[in-house]
Design a protein around this ligand. Sequence first.
Ligand code: 6PG
Length: 250
Amino acid sequence: MARHHQFRAKVIAVSDSVALANAAADRIVARIAANGGRVAICLAGGSSPKQLYGLLATAAWRKRIPWHRVHWFIGDERFVAAGDPLNNMSMARRTVLDACAPSANIHPITTDSPDPDAAAGRYERELQAFYGSQELDALRPLFDVVLLGVGPDGHTASLFPGRPAIEETERWVVGVDMAPVEPLVPRVTLTLPALASCREMLFEAAGAEKRAILARVLGGENLPANRAHSIGETVWLADQAALPEDFNGQ
Ligand code: 6PG
């Protein structure tokens, strides 16, 4: 299917990974402050958000978050036990959530189901119960913030190029038999429509190892990371090492 793609998000360039974590924390806190009611944040896995999570747990940031009214979800999970070092939500729990968030506000994708599809079905029902409907309403986004990263092949969450999950338009969460990049384990992932239902989608890209893929994303290539868009605002936070040399703002 030939489809013309274009990079349509806003890019915010920062100096390094420390500045990037600070900028992400600032945006998350601003989105929480803008919503006086129950807040839902969808976290990312992988290594990119670790610095941000650690930052949110520090005294200065921790006190800026009304933890009792913020709920924490995860955009994708590796189909490994909760205690496995590869488990995305376990990383978020260790770095910030267990110390700061009420446990009832932490919503992991459970991986003790027989297979990734069963786990996906369970998480979809949990999201729909939280949202109060099985239909997403553009006037009432599911999440305040969806945090994402980008992989070397342009995947985001566990939506890999050329795989069926990226084409899903009905389901909110699906199982992925096997990831084509490390770690080579099955996954459970939110789909494009579920991820899109947010006030802000925030990508983090830091370090020289992201430069090649960021150049392709900014060039508008048809990649999952370019097809993930918020119905609200979509922002890419990128540091100098990740940005192509010729990048001079959007
Ligand atoms: C995962 C992630 C995945 C990740 C990218 C970037 O479970 O692996 O959710 O989409 O964000 O692969 O990974 P790094 O941050 O480790 O580079």
